[in-house]
Write a protein that binds this ligand. Structure first.
Ligand code: FCB
Length: 477
């Protein structure tokens, strides 16, 4: 294949001896509640920060909202049948906090929990392992009104909510992850403000990051106490951060962004401490006065697994005086204290998100977590790509997405060969969905969604993935 990003046809990837994954490798696909469920006001659900944000003019492209999304709330049984047809071994979904605990405090909402009970039963009935994420960004609006994640109290609320869900589903769900991508919640939600709740304050972002991790630790303790058999973890989004050159200033820029993007979460959760260089870099932003004695012990409560979401690499350079050379851009305000660092585009193929395709970065990321941080089993809990798809004669031939998956699965296999205890992989996403600030304009799904008719069409990548799962591996190149 001359260009790995543009394979001529699906069948070509089927040549050669197979690259086999370890027995029992957990092949899955992922979604998140607000991105697919719809039914925003049904069954007692109340608004989350994403309802408020998406209904605020100018926040989401074209004014899109998750009100209907993929209507999964009503189509769940047939969606699970589709998962079974694809042969998924596991399905990673998130529970909507305001659906099961309207307003974010008080007793559970039986109708909300019932939806997830039915989902889990449906999955188990089809032999699909449920993988439950407690928080994929949909904070109940009243908790935001009370201060949101920058407020310490939110961490305790999250642990209470976790207990409600564990009481209802703990007898049938083995795999639990607390947070999805706390970096995004903290730094996009409270730093740059491009995600809900749309606030923009560096110190708040840092506080939010801490309280998210505190909530994670408290939730793990609560879940561990009530469900000792459960497999507990967290999902972090990680990036290799590479300096644009060997110049010491570029190397230092990479160190700073690595601290904010990766070590901000990995160090407290897996080592029980904040990196010392991070605190120095953030000197002008915060004195970390929000960190109390004992917090880091809670945050580093032992886990059973770590989930890694991987999409791309950051290549960064030091600030320059004067005019900006193309194709550089400055780091937006989601990097408090390091806003002057420039993110370099290398001219390699990109996805429809403009994210550079960098499969070796997945191997590098998994090896780093294993070699520098932990022996725990790792799972790729998200990996995938947006491309512009089209339905032609009732089919969606998404060769670019298929090639992206193929390249990243090879990279995952390489990590396993290098000794990483990688136990599973979840494609993002099962189906096209509400891509946050991009609304429905970006398609990440292996299954096409027609948002007018709600028809589902498995794309070429879905059929290819089904075959990968069936033989527990892929063809060598
Ligand atoms: C991740 C999110 C997920 C989806 C993908 C594209 O950051 O966890 O919900 O939006 O990016």
């Amino acid at each position: 294949m001359s260009n790995p990003y543009h394979p001529p046809a699906v069948g070509v990837l089927d040549q050669g001896p197979e690259l086999i994954f370890p027995p029992g490798f957990l092949w899955g696909a992922a979604t998140a509640a607000y991105q697919i469920e719809g039914a925003a006001t049904e069954g007692g659900r109340t608004p989350s920060i994403w309802d408020t944000f998406s209904h605020t003019e100018g926040r989401v492209v074209a004014g899109h909202t998750g009100d209907v999304a993929c209507d999964h709330y009503h189509r769940m049984p047939s969606d699970v049948r589709l998962m079974a047809e694809l042969g998924l071994k596991s399905y990673r979904f998130s529970v909507s906090w305001p659906r099961v605990q309207p307003g974010g405090s008080g007793p559970a909402n039986a109708a909300g929990l019932d939806f997830y009970r039915r989902l889990v039963d449906e999955l188990l009935g089809h032999g699909i392992e449920p993988w439950l994420t407690l928080y994929h960004w949909d904070l109940p609006q009243p908790l935001e009104d009370a201060g949101g994640w920058p407020a310490r109290d939110t961490a305790g609320r999250f642990a209470e909510y976790a207990e409600l869900v564990a009481d209802a589903l703990g007898d049938r769900v083995t795999y639990w992850t607390t947070l999805n991508e706390p970096w995004c919640s903290a730094f996009l939600g409270y730093g740059s403000g491009v995600h809900a709740p749309g606030r923009s304050d560096g110190a708040d972002a840092v506080r939010a990051g801490h309280h998210l991790m505190l909530g994670h630790g408290l939730a793990v303790q609560a879940l561990r106490a009530s469900r000792p058999q459960a497999q507990l973890g967290i999902t972090v989004n990680l990036y290799p951060v590479t300096p644009a050159s060997d110049a010491p200033a570029d190397v230092d820029a990479a160190r700073r962004i690595d601290a904010l993007a990766n070590r901000f979460f990995l160090d407290p959760v897996l080592r029980g401490s904040y990196p010392t260089d991070l605190a120095a870099d953030l000197r002008e932003v915060t004195d970390f006065g929000h960190v109390r004695d004992g917090d880091l012990a809670v945050i580093s409560t032992p886990l059973d697994l770590v989930g890694v979401n991987y999409y791309s690499r950051h290549v960064v350079a030091a600030p320059v005086e004067g005019a900006e050379p193309e194709p550089y851009w400055r780091a937006p305000s989601c990097w408090p204290g390091s806003e002057d660092v420039r993110f370099v585009t290398r001219g390699v193929p990109v996805t429809d998100m403009n994210w550079e395709i960098d499969a070796p970065g997945l191997t590098e990321t998994l090896r780093r977590v294993h070699e520098e941080y932990t022996d725990l089993p790792l799972y790729v809990t998200e990996n995938g790509s947006a491309f512009v798809d089209a339905v032609v004669d009732g089919q969606v031939d998404d060769v670019d997405r298929l090639a992206y998956f193929d390249a990243h699965l090879r990279a995952a296999h390489e990590a396993i060969n290098a000794g990483v205890p990688l136990r599973g992989y979840f494609a993002w996403s099962l189906m096209d969905n509400f891509e946050w600030a991009w609304g429905y304009t970006k398609r990440f799904g292996m299954v096409w969604i027609d948002y007018d008719s709600q028809a589902r069409i498995p794309k070429s990548s879905a059929r290819w993935y089904a075959e990968v799962i069936r033989r527990n591996g892929l063809a060598a190149q």
